[in-house]
Design a protein around this ligand. Structure first.
Ligand SMILES: CC(C)(COP(=O)(O)OP(=O)(O)OC[C@H]1O[C@@H](n2cnc3c(N)ncnc32)[C@H](O)[C@@H]1OP(=O)(O)O)[C@@H](O)C(=O)NCCC(=O)NCCS
Length: 341
């Protein structure tokens, strides 16, 4: 049995940071070889940035300076203070020796010390468009008392394969139902007159999307928090393409959507949140938002090819819009949750 220590990853320990990144990349490529490529920017920046709304702790199981496995713990401080989110992986060649169990024990201990009673983790699983995804994460988690709490599916849009004429028709048709609205496109922080409306809709994302049994609770999102998110995106080198629709008469933000291009990534990007305020649903605004922002991707990044997204499998409206604009199913991705005793 290998002896290893579980240590906090210090950004000044460059050799440890390199090994920590390498271990995560190896696990990602082993378990999800055909999913969005692993990108170091998010873990790297989490070591050196902080925010007012929560904390990220990075831990590693280490022997002789070599990282065997890693644990990332997210502790929200403004809302959802009952929850500890985490991500954990072990190098493919170091599995079935108890490292994953030790890291999970550590996560549960830290969560309990922080007064959290719920742990949750997103786990990929094979799906119709990508049977190569490993299932070991779910087997491991269930063995540790986690329950599947929300079922989601990952879809990918190949921008080369999109039928642009069909999209034109969809766009024209959607606007026949959307009189009185206008599109506002922006990058990074929203225009000043949209900030409060955007913050309101970001908060609604926490409660409006289907959550299954996942105990995610209402969020506190105000303009300061929203602008802090944008500040952190800049630190991570992300391009944040957003489109909002405004209700012209009232000036209200009726909905928004976002696409994130991570630092250094030229082929794969991420479709993030999309929401239409319940007051303004039924005007094809979801379709308008999606088409408008998708078409901006190549204006900004002409070589970009794949846009990835995830939806709860029960979210039929969003899924039918996604399919119509070119997304096709890949793997599954589910939330597993455990209530600590
Ligand atoms: C899941 C993962 C973290 C497990 O790490 P590990 O160091 O191999 O875990 P452990 O050795 O502590 O395994 C504990 C138990 O989990 C179960 N388990 C782990 N891997 C398994 C596998 N391939 N098949 C079946 N059961 C498995 C077994 O019950 C195992 O106990 P045993 O070896 O005594 O039979 C690792 O496989 C991994 O990094 N997977 C990819 C990332 C991921 O899915 N992370 C999510 C974790 S919640």
């Amino acid at each position: 049995m290998t002896h290893y220590d579980i240590v906090r990853v210090e950004p000044s320990d460059h050799a440890l940071v390199r090994s920590w990144l390498d271990a995560q990349q190896a696990a990602h490529e082993h378990d999800t070889p055909h999913q969005r490529p692993w990108n170091p920017m998010r873990p790297l920046s989490s070591l050196v940035t902080s925010s007012a709304d929560g904390r990220n702790e990075q831990w590693a199981a280490v022997v002789d300076g070599r990282v065997l496995g890693s644990l990332s713990l997210s502790l929200s401080d403004l809302d959802n203070t009952h929850l500890a989110g985490f991500d954990l992986s072990v190098r493919p060649g170091e599995r079935r020796r108890g490292v994953g169990s030790a890291l999970l024990r550590h996560a549960e201990q830290r969560a309990a010390e922080e007064g959290r009673d719920t742990m949750s983790v997103w786990l990929a699983a094979p799906g119709p468009g990508d049977p190569t995804v490993g299932e070991v994460g779910s087997v491991f988690a269930v063995g540790k008392g986690f329950k599947r709490s929300l079922e989601c599916a990952v879809r990918v849009c190949d921008l080369d394969a999109v039928d642009e004429d069909a999209l034109d028709r969809l766009w024209e048709d959607a606007w026949t139902r959307a009189e009185g609205f206008e599109v506002v496109a922006f990058v990074g922080a929203p225009p000043e007159d949209l900030v409060d409306g955007m913050a309101y809709l970001h908060a609604r994302m926490y409660t409006d999307m289907p959550l299954g049994e996942w105990d995610l609770q209402e969020a506190v999102v105000d303009r300061d928090r929203l602008l802090d998110w944008e500040r952190r995106r800049r630190l991570r080198g992300e391009l944040h393409l957003q489109v909002a629709v405004r209700h012209k008469e009232s000036g209200a933000v009726a909905g928004f959507t976002e696409i994130i291009v991570e630092g250094g990534e030229e082929r794969h990007c991420v479709q993030g949140d999309t929401i239409v305020d319940p007051r303004f649903r039924g005007h094809r605004l979801g379709t308008i938002l999606k088409i408008a922002n998708q078409r901006r991707v190549r204006e900004w990044r002409p070589r970009m090819r794949y846009v990835w997204t995830g939806n709860a499998v029960s979210n039929e409206h969003m899924i039918s819009i996604n399919e119509a604009v070119g997304y096709r199913i890949s793997c599954l991705e589910n939330v597993y949750q455990k209530k600590l005793a």
